[in-house]
Write a protein that binds this ligand. Sequence first.
Ligand code: PLP
Length: 370
Amino acid sequence: MSDRITEPTAADLPTNCDRSDRAHRAWVTGAIRQIEADAQRSADTHLIRFPLPAALGVDLYLKDESTHVTGSLKHRLARSLFLYSLCNGWLHAGSTVIEASSGSTAISEAYFARLIGLPFVAVMPARTSREKIELIRSYGAQCHLVEEAGAIYDAARELAVACGGHYIDQFTHAERATDWRGNNNIAESIFDQMKWEPHPIPEWMVIGAGTGGTSATIGRYIRYRGHPTRLCVPDPEGSVFFDAWRDSDVTRRGAGSRIEGIGRPRVEPSFVGQVIDRMVQVPDAASVGTAREVEHLLGKKVGPSTGTNLWAAFELARQMAAAGVRGSIVTLLCDGGERYGHTYYNDEWVAAQGWDLAPSRALVREFLGS
Ligand SMILES: *Cc1c(COP(=O)(O)O)cnc(C)c1O
């Protein structure tokens, strides 16, 4: 009986476990403030009118994401991923941040890592353009190159374990890190900028998928706002997205893409197929040919994934005109062509890929002159 009195009961056990860390919280607050201040100093990107022949009765717009400080639509993603990681308590003062990337994301993340004072390592395929590697290094980050594109994920995860760092993982977190209902995400910004156009609600929005994050945000936003706009995702050769989506089989594997930024060898967790209305396959030579052909119309070089978007948008415009439908199409200028001087804008390199750009360039010229 006396035992019972001295033995601690459940009520006597400590029920408080306090892990508060004021220094850590102060650091997180400071880091978020830096990122918010950076956004406050930045302007929104332009929505450019693309000069389609007036006779088509279709207006085409390009959301010019190349004008972000880090030169691509990945600026939005990198900002969202850092805020998400910070608010989840995943980053600490001194954490090494690691990413698997085909380059553009790493450029933008290197920028934000430096902004909040964290070391950054980009794990990328060895064929990533020299210009991108130089940009990443210019932000004080390191590049870790792997031969095979499909090996970047495991390499990044292993590196994070080895150095006690954080694998930020754009391919998993892109779709959930972005505030899809608004907060000036890319979709909200586009619809706001379209407000005074002749056809403010687009018939189609066209966006290729890399992580799938941008198409997920746009597709969700269209539904949330109740717009009839349809979402078309063009996919390059070798990417698995098209086959996997058509056959509703996310276990498929593909060879991988030769159009930087879009097309993947596996169905990324951030790819939300249910919000996509149509997918089209675009030949690589058409993507690159279109990108090169529109330079004189836009007064600037665009990256190859913008060529993919425009090729698909032209086809939709042609179909709308043939069906007598008047309206608008919005697509993205994902990044500029300056990053690809040694590759897609180099004739020898293009020829070495086995691509003949002449037929697609002639088709684009003919379409735009019609
Ligand atoms: C990432 C990227 C895309 C595709 O965007 P996601 O949101 O990742 O699907 C398109 N073009 C370029 C140049 C990119 O870097």
